[in-house]
Write a protein that binds this ligand. Structure first.
Ligand SMILES: [Zn+2]
Length: 243
């Protein structure tokens, strides 16, 4: 079966075969797929550059019994600006690793793809703080994967005045109900988290916070992510090693 889909290349592995490239792609129609690109590393192969990491391309695919083969690839956006600095590149690689874990397989992944493309756009242009982009990707990918936090009222007593967040339970808590693992949450950061989680996708990067607020937002969203997926990410460790 042959199909055409837009896809962001989120992982590439050149170590199989002599000239083949094996890629993981986040596709609009089929979610996360793995595919081989025949002869991608041969000189002059037109599919080569369009199947490199972080390239957004239109892929023509053959779907075999248990794998996909890239027949043709046309680059749509290559995000050169992301590659210019190690910090933005490492953050982009972290987003790709996250998407590989959280986005669906063999199911449409329209929202996850749009979110990552938006994030790469901002990393490329440098028009949003890195910590803001990171927090949006973490929280919004979690929401798309079914881990939407309840940010409305205290998850224990229903009080409207909340000033803590439980990364493990994914709820906000009031001062009386906070547990030892709850993280402090300022009113501005709570509003930002509500915006990220509940706003339409095209607006989720559109907010601002003080530097102090951004630091708290970044910390809370990362802790929430790590508590929910219960694993670490090498790309995240590397990003932090650059700070
Ligand atoms: Zn309470």
């Amino acid at each position: 079966m042959k199909l055409t889909t837009d896809a962001l290349i989120i992982r590439e592995n050149n170590n199989i075969g002599e000239a083949d490239r094996f890629v993981t792609a986040l596709t609009r129609e089929c979610g996360v797929i793995q595919a081989s690109v025949r002869g991608a590393r041969r000189v002059k192969n037109p599919n080569g550059s369009a199947t490199q990491l972080l390239c957004y391309s239109r892929l023509s695919l053959f779907r075999g019994r248990d794998k996909y083969i890239v027949d043709d690839a046309e680059p749509l956006e290559v995000f050169f600006g992301v590659r210019g600095q190690l910090e933005t590149l490492s953050l982009a690689q972290y987003f790709c690793e996250l998407a590989g874990v959280l986005c669906p397989r063999e199911e449409p992944a329209e929202d996850g793809l749009r979110l990552l493309l938006g994030a790469l756009h901002y990393l490329s242009k440098g028009t949003r703080p890195l910590s803001l982009v990171k927090a949006v990707v973490e929280l919004r990918l979690l929401c798309a994967a079914g881990y939407t936090p309840d940010l409305t009222v205290c998850g224990a007593c229903g009080a409207e005045e909340v000033s803590f967040f439980s990364p493990v339970r994914g709820v906000v808590l009031c001062g009386n109900c906070r547990d030892a693992a709850a993280l402090p949450l300022s009113a501005g950061v709570l509003a930002a988290m509500r915006h990220i989680a509940y706003a339409p996708l095209e607006k989720c990067f559109a907010f601002s916070l003080s530097d102090e607020g951004l630091a708290q937002l970044a910390y809370v969203c990362e802790r929430f992510l790590l508590a929910q997926v219960d694993r670490g990410f090498k790309t995240l460790d590397f990003y932090h090693s650059l700070q």
